[in-house]
Design a binder for this molecule. Structure first.
Ligand SMILES: [Zn+2]
Length: 251
């Protein structure tokens, strides 16, 4: 009889404790969600006003409150990079790579963002190595584009030709218009094989026709040229705009 009475007291008490606990958790979660929602609304507002520094401060707070949210940390790194804080961007993205249970999907994304950080920091070797890791991922096309752009920046024309051909194969498009220039760059330095190849590819292009002249430049009657993409003005003819890097944009 004593045991039955004990249960009569304990069971309702357990129910009440359970109910309070569940409601407390729900309240805590609701408060947390409300707070996070306010933070994100504020972040979006800052971003739409291009107040990157303010947005990154709020995002840092949000990431601290929820350290397992890798997407927040990834975004924080991107904001740091956009606000010119490249060292911090590299630090945030590199530390994410150390997370043991990070999924392959996120890991590839982090490597891609890290590669962009390295490009921004001028650490081209590291950027290139990171981009190479993305060959068999969903970032393959973007990473090929960045590698192609880097090869052109570093004037590594043989590499640029290989990457352009990979992109052609991947996207089933023709990049002949830029491959002509890569081959001409090599031909102008005396590469006879490149010269033969580019003549085969497009004999009619003015740069290819000029390969046999001493200056490697067609004769122009004017001394002022405008880029038809970015409107930059130059006193000398150019094959690639020095401002927007577009090939064949001189008018
Ligand atoms: Zn331009």
């Amino acid at each position: 009889m004593e045991i039955e009475l004990w249960w009569l007291l304990v069971l309702p008490l357990m129910f009440i404790v359970g109910w309070i606990s569940a409601n407390w958790d729900r309240k805590q979660q609701k408060d947390f969600k409300d707070e996070a929602s306010n933070d994100f609304e504020q972040i979006i507002l800052f971003l739409s006003d291009e107040k990157i520094t303010e947005a990154s401060k709020l995002l840092l707070n949000a990431a601290k409150k929820d350290p397992n949210s890798y997407l927040l940390q990834l975004s924080l790194g991107v904001l740091y990079r956009k606000s010119g804080l490249i060292d911090r961007a590299i630090e945030v993205h590199a530390s994410l790579l150390l997370v043991k249970d990070l999924s392959k999907k996120y890991k590839d994304w982090v490597v891609f963002e890290l590669a962009k950080d390295y490009l921004e920091a001028g650490l081209y070797d590291r950027a290139y190595l990171s981009l190479e890791l993305l060959e068999k991922t969903r970032f393959v096309e973007d990473s090929l584009q960045l590698r192609l752009s880097l090869a052109q920046r570093l004037r590594n024309w043989p590499q640029a030709i290989i990457l352009a051909e990979k992109l052609e194969k991947k996207n089933k498009i023709s990049l002949q218009h830029i491959k002509i220039h890569f081959l001409c760059e090599l031909a102008e330095k005396g590469d006879q094989s490149a010269k033969a190849k580019v003549k085969e590819l497009s004999f009619d292009h003015p740069r290819v026709r000029a390969l046999d002249s001493e200056s490697h430049e067609p004769n122009f009657s004017k001394n002022s040229f405008v880029c038809n993409v970015c409107d930059a003005k130059f006193s000398d003819h150019f094959w690639r705009c020095h401002v927007c890097n577009t090939w064949d944009s001189a008018n």
